[in-house]
Design a protein around this ligand. Structure first.
Ligand code: ZN
Length: 388
């Protein structure tokens, strides 16, 4: 038997539908049709908004035990130092419990897919849980060019553990990705770029002003940061350009590529990268940016440049919650002129495209089970599609 749902507003993942539109859904949450107003006598009316399940395009579920550990406003180099100091604190049981709590909170917050950074295999058990799509980005790190093959092999070992997990359809995907421009050598960038045909690449991009200084003339905080970690950087030659305009030439252009954070991306960076990569996504994690650097990306400039935006929560080390809606609210507070029609499309359809899930998730397309999220007037959230 079909259910017929109406709401004050229905967003289909791309745009708001006509007022009075009716969502026809089967009992197991499969979308059957989005009907024009007045087509049938509607069944259930919801005060507020209905939209497809959210895509959290950037998260670090394995850092969930670090909630509240790092103070706000340290800047990125200080933040990274503290992550390395504290990430092994706590017993394995405590960490596991934190990951499960974080996972359940994401489900409650209407999230149906996670682009999840992995440095370990800690999230293997969560991926076995039904009701969530995972795109695990196994991160490769290594700034010493001669050691690039070993750095890559280390990540490949982790990657194999995820790749060995089986699930129906596209529910579990994975790829090896570079961590960030200041932690990955050109040689390692090239090895990563050549791996994993067709799978999405993700990279932390321009999260701090010091990244640009490092690539322009090797100034800023990163030389001392690397020395503090005992990582030699004498081989690194600054390019005189911003990081993105340098390392983008070390990656192939045939794969979907997702740049994460982009807090300090200039208009010139945006134009250059957009021209370079045919399938490019810019992931915004505004609450984490405020937490770490107390600054937001130039989102109006991104819209001006015609970029495809999507949304991530980053980790509980740099955020108070894992909620895509909370990220949208943050953007809406700072840039109210953008409007919810666009904001929802970033959180739904664009995120699904970035994670190569646009055939399964992100829109109310007939035959799919994208999740149905009801957002009440007080911004409370509830799933209307059963267990999905
Ligand atoms: Zn991150």
């Amino acid at each position: 038997m079909s259910r017929y749902l109406t709401a004050d507003r229905i967003h289909d993942g791309i745009r708001f539908t006509d007022t009075g539109s009716i969502l026809q859904v089967s009992e197991d949450g499969t979308i059957e049709a989005l009907l024009a107003p007045g087509t049938v006598v509607a069944g259930e009316h919801y005060t507020g908004t209905l939209c497809p399940g959210f895509i959290n395009a950037h998260c670090h579920t394995e850092l969930s035990h670090m909630q509240g550990v790092i103070p706000e406003g340290t800047g990125l180099p200080g933040f990274l130092t503290r992550v390395m100091q504290h990430r092994n604190q706590g017993s394995p049981e405590e960490k596991e419990q934190s990951r499960w709590q974080a996972f359940r909170s994401m489900q409650r917050n209407g999230i149906v897919a996670i682009g999840d950074i992995a440095n370990t295999t800690d999230t293997l058990d969560l991926r076995g849980e039904p009701g969530m799509y995972w795109y695990t980005f196994v991160e490769s790190i290594g700034f010493t060019p001669e050691r690039a093959p070993q750095s890559f092999a280390y990540a490949e070992n982790t990657y194999q553990a995820f790749a060995a997990q089986e699930a129906a359809g596209n529910r579990l995907q994975q790829s090896i990705v570079p961590h960030a421009p200041y932690s990955v050598s050109e040689a390692l960038f090239r090895l990563i770029g050549a791996h994993g045909s067709g799978k999405t690449l993700s990279v932390h991009n321009q999260e701090t002003a010091d990244e640009a200084l490092f690539y322009q003339d090797k100034s800023g905080a990163f030389p001392a940061f690397l020395e503090g970690l005992g990582i030699p950087h004498a081989d690194f030659q600054p390019s005189g350009r911003n990081s993105l305009q340098t390392y983008m030439h070390w990656l192939g252009t045939t794969r979907p590529t997702m740049l994460v954070h982009n807090t300090f991306s200039s208009g010139e960076d945006m134009t250059a990268a957009r021209a370079h990569f045919p399938q490019l996504f810019w992931c915004l994690c505004p609450n984490a940016n405020l937490y770490i650097e107390q600054r937001l990306p130039d989102i109006p400039q991104m819209l001006e440049a015609g970029l495809q935006l999507c949304i991530g929560t980053d980790s509980l080390a740099s955020n108070h919650q894992l909620s895509v809606l909370a990220e949208l609210e943050c953007i809406d507070r700072q840039f109210p002129e953008i409007g919810w029609e666009q904001l929802f499309s970033w959180a739904c359809h664009n995120g699904a495209k970035a994670l190569q899930l646009e055939n399964e998730l992100g829109t109310f397309r007939a035959g799919t089970k994208p999740g149905i999220v009801w957002i009440g007037p007080d911004k409370s959230m509830q799933r209307l599609d059963g267990s999905n």
